[in-house]
Design a protein. Structure first.
Length: 223
């Protein structure tokens, strides 16, 4: 299913390759049967804006969106477990799922990184991918609602995932509740977050944002 691969690329840190090959991404949208017409048009418009943007500005906007505070983090388990030990357990279980499917992570990202998870879904049969999406849909819905509350253009990428998970992308009650949350990206909130003791989850832990690189897998069977 092309949509999971396309969204994985667009939700990853933007680089020159995405701008150069954005036209191919727009063409690939037409091949996906899961998208509704309005969703396809919204994602195509997002790609067009990304292609026209200054790359440094696009990268700064990405960091501002996803890397300042936890509320809009692309690490799914952070939305339910924070930095608790429960997140470590969930992370190990998800890593085992990847390994059982024959994959090993080949980039310095944690298993619950949404673009990585979407790459995994893109390798599955449709029923399996949608089942996994249903299991994580409430987390994606919360992230989407927060982006909508901020009128953030990245929200258009998450809307189809919420719908495919069987949830409502336009849940007004959820959007209102999350919009009322105190911001966690202020200087004071970020200082408090840095004061908390970090929890490590494996070899990828402790890494900052890596240099932009495509998500890719090693074939675990050949290792």
């Amino acid at each position: 299913m092309p949509i999971f691969k396309i969204l994985a690329i667009l939700l990853h840190y933007p680089d020159q390759a995405v701008q150069e090959h954005g036209g191919e991404l727009i063409e690939a949208l037409e091949l996906d049967s899961l998208l509704e017409a309005a969703e396809r048009a919204g994602i195509a418009a997002f790609v067009s804006r990304l292609r026209a943007a200054d790359l440094l500005d696009a990268q700064a906007a990405y960091v501002e969106t996803f890397d300042h505070g936890r509320a809009r983090s692309l690490h799914l388990f952070e939305h339910v477990h924070g930095e608790s030990r429960d997140r470590g357990t969930a992370m190990i279980e998800l890593l085992e799922v990847y390994r059982d499917a024959g994959f090993a992570i080949a980039v310095p990202e944690l298993p619950d990184y949404l673009p990585l998870f979407l790459e995994f879904l893109s390798t599955l049969a449709a029923d399996q991918a949608l089942a996994w999406l249903g299991d994580t849909g409430h987390l994606i819905q919360m992230l989407h609602a927060r982006l909508v509350a901020d009128d953030n253009p990245y929200s258009v990428l998450l809307a189809p995932l919420v719908r495919l998970a069987g949830l409502d992308p336009a849940d007004d009650e959820l959007c209102a509740r999350l919009a009322a949350e105190p911001p966690d990206d202020t200087a004071q909130a970020l200082d408090r977050a840095w004061d908390e003791a970090p929890v490590t989850f494996g070899p990828a832990a402790g890494c900052g944002r890596a240099e932009p690189s495509p998500i890719r897998w090693h074939d675990a069977a050949s290792r």
